[in-house]
Design a protein around this ligand. Structure first.
Ligand SMILES: C[S@@+](CC[C@H](N)C(=O)[O-])C[C@H]1O[C@@H](n2cnc3c(N)ncnc32)[C@H](O)[C@@H]1O
Length: 204
């Protein structure tokens, strides 16, 4: 099953990616420094691999993912965390209830028509002064269906290489101000630059 394939594929990946860890570390530090508590959500958490990492840096993360299979393996592999099936477009959290949200390569699955609702939800659930961290494939909005998983599994994934400019525009429209923007060239096995943004929810 696809979720188990991802579990195996992602073993040790974060440990080998100091840039990704550095961005997540910055998110953790900014979140704790904001003084809004440590309740954060990893939305599109997939296998849940980031949950122990965030918890190890002082946060109290919960996970959410659209895929029941991902929720199943994340719950199996990380039993100490609350992990729910949920859609970015309709998050199961009260207004202004979270000190932060992580969207690590999950926003790239949103088709254009779904983006306003999803970014709006992120703005709704994050407390003013709270933070959002996201990783994405930095491109021109092109739809991709021919990724490594497609080749290996024969499954089509609609993914979009969203430009950093579009990400920032959509975050701004949802009430976020950029506090960090970064990127790196593709590394081995990647074919597109990776983008990283951290943004702060401004007061309503
Ligand atoms: C590339 S995986 C990344 C998983 C995890 N963030 C990580 O870094 O390992 C993207 C995840 O986003 C989830 N996803 C896609 N669309 C979603 C949506 N609309 N709402 C919530 N999760 C979604 C997928 O099910 C998948 O688990």
């Amino acid at each position: 099953m696809l979720a188990d394939f991802y579990v195996e594929r992602l073993v040790g990946v974060l440990e080998r990616m100091p840039i990704e860890r550095a961005v997540l570390d910055l998110f953790c530090e900014l979140t704790l420094a904001a003084g809004l508590g440590g309740e954060v959500a990893d939305v599109g958490c997939g296998t849940g691999r980031l949950l122990p990492y965030l918890a190890g840096r002082g946060l109290s993360p919960r996970g959410a993912d659209l895929s029941p299979g991902m929720v199943r393996v994340a719950t199996r592999d990380h039993p100490g965390f609350t992990i729910e099936q949920a859609d970015l477009r309709s998050l199961p959290y009260p207004d202004a209830s979270l000190a932060g949200v992580v969207c690590w390569y999950s926003l790239i699955f949103l088709p254009p028509e779904a983006r306003p609702a999803a970014f709006g939800e992120l703005g709704r659930v994050v407390k003013p002064g709270g933070h959002l961290a996201c990783a994405f494939k930095d491109g021109d909005g092109t739809l991709r269906r021919d990724g490594a998983a497609t080749k290996l599994l024969g499954v089509n994934f609609d993914r979009y290489w969203l430009s950093a400019a579009e990400m920032e525009e959509r975050l701004a429209a949802a009430g976020f101000a950029t506090v960090f923007r970064g990127g790196r060239p593709p590394e081995e096995g990647e074919i597109v630059p990776q983008g990283y943004l951290i943004a702060r929810r401004v007061a309503a």
